[in-house]
Design a protein around this ligand. Structure first.
Ligand SMILES: Cc1ncc(COP(=O)(O)O)c(C=O)c1O
Length: 446
């Protein structure tokens, strides 16, 4: 199912593409040439409805003039400024703009360039915080099975997606994992937060018993696991994690790279679920995907603890050449402005019931074994083809694209996360196109 005419194709050999079966892709490429609003366009100008906000990041839709103009102006003024022992006004303004939408108790953010860097930075801050707080033995980091925290060594150590760890040898040693919360036996076709699974947070008690609370630095979880196939947190689960962390001096990190910036109908999932972590990692929607950027937001308590030493001492021996880059800072400020002016976080919340009904109508499609949703996120899990896990999911991705729809697939789960500007009519169109792709795929695998 090749989708790009030969004449419109660049030479595909030199770019080693990430998380892609390169040889398969290059034999049958899917190219996106431009984008506007809710659509991508292929090189031959075929519209593709964006059911994935690019890769969970283009929350305000594509081609936003305000962001493009802000970035262009910033680059005209200052192409680059070093962030070590130097500063520039836009980065400070960006951090202040971000602070205005962070949950209460958060004021400062550390800028990075991606979600992966945000995760590793947060893990390092956790250990450095405890060291500064007189508890340097707190080094254990607790993640969760099926968790995704990017691809750097810290992130894959606490992450729990087997394929992302398999080829890379020994990872961080002082790491344990909570069990994941996916429980289709009890929760299949749940709407919003599933009813069962709160008790899985008590896994942390077992780890505390084994390792000793005084050796554990932090727990990192996605409030809603995204990349593994959309797992909304069971009711009461995050609250229980918070409770156990607080009782034991353990920092709680929410990885909000996907859930931040309105995806769940609130600025952050922390607010959606009324559970406040100690650190929030973010990226993607931070700039509406327009310029690479990530951030780690910390509570005032963490910040103040880190600022206790002599004023001339560097508090954190960590940072990146491009931390707070002028182009990214400008994009952040402009993106937050668009979100606020168009009330997009509120819009996501208002659309949620309609979205939920539409996504759950896919229960009727062939081979669907679960449907999940929360905020403007949905997932349709398909029965794997015998002995060929992932084959059906990939086939649906290709068929959806051929039919004019972009979705994200992990294994045999189709994940949906459209830009928050999507209309009800476009939600119907998205669901119809996906239903067609699933139906035609089921004929292929009969
Ligand atoms: C929860 C979470 N953390 C971290 C990352 C990594 O982000 P990046 O690809 O920008 O490194 C992602 C990416 O999808 C993510 O979903």
């Amino acid at each position: 199912m090749t989708d790009t005419p030969q004449a419109a194709r660049p030479n595909l050999q030199s770019w080693w593409m990430p998380f892609t079966a390169n040889r398969q892709f290059k034999a049958s490429p899917r190219l996106l040439a431009r984008a506007k609003g809710m659509h991508y366009f292929t090189p031959d100008d075929r519209p593709i409805l964006d059911g994935a906000a690019g890769l969970w990041c283009v929350n305000a839709g594509h081609g936003r003039r305000e962001i493009i103009e802000a970035v262009t102006a910033a680059m005209g003024e200052l192409d680059y400024a070093p962030p070590f022992q130097m500063g520039h006004p836009l980065a400070f303004a960006a951090a202040e703009a971000l602070a205005s939408i962070l949950p209460e108790g958060f004021e400062s953010s550390f800028f990075v360039n991606s979600g992966s860097e945000a995760a590793d930075t947060a893990l390092k801050i956790a250990r450095a915080f405890h060291a500064a707080n007189g508890e340097p033995e707190r080094v254990w980091l607790i993640g969760r099975e099926r968790g995704y925290h990017g691809v750097n060594f810290g992130g894959i150590s606490v992450g729990g997606i087997a394929n992302n760890r398999a080829a890379f040898g020994p990872l961080l040693a002082e790491v344990d994992h909570l069990r994941h919360t996916h429980d289709p036996q009890r929760n299949a076709f749940a709407r919003g937060q599933p009813e069962h699974g709160r008790e899985l947070a008590d896994d942390l008690l077992g780890i505390i018993e084994q390792r000793g609370a005084e050796r554990i630095a932090a727990v990192i979880v996605e409030p809603m696991a995204g990349s593994t196939g959309v797992l909304p947190p069971p009711q009461g689960y995050l609250e229980r994690l918070r409770e156990i962390c607080s009782a034991n001096g353990i920092l709680l990190i929410f990885d909000e790279v996907i859930t931040g910036f309105g995806r769940l109908g609130a600025p952050f999932a922390a607010e959606r679920f009324a559970v406040t972590p100690d650190m929030i990692t973010m990226a993607k929607g931070l700039t509406n995907g327009a310029v690479p950027m990530g951030a780690v937001a910390v509570t005032s308590h963490i910040r103040e603890t880190m600022m206790q030493g002599p004023p001339a001492a560097i508090e954190l021996f960590h940072g990146y050449t491009y931390s707070g880059h002028p182009a990214a800072s400008a994009a952040l400020i402009a993106a937050l402005d668009v979100y606020r002016r168009e009330a997009l976080f509120e819009r996501a919340l208002e659309l949620e019931p309609y979205w939920q009904g539409a996504v759950h109508s896919l229960r009727q499609a062939p081979n669907v074994i679960d449907v999940r949703d929360i905020g403007l996120v949905g997932a349709v899990e398909l029965a794997p083809v015998d002995g060929r896990a992932g084959a059906r999911g990939y086939d649906v991705l290709c068929r959806a694209f051929a039919g004019g729809l972009l979705v994200r697939v992990t294994g045999d789960t189709v994940a949906l996360s459209p830009p928050l500007i999507i209309s009800e009519a476009q939600i119907d169109e998205l669901v119809e196109k996906l239903a067609d792709a699933i139906a035609s795929s089921s004929r292929e695998f009969q």
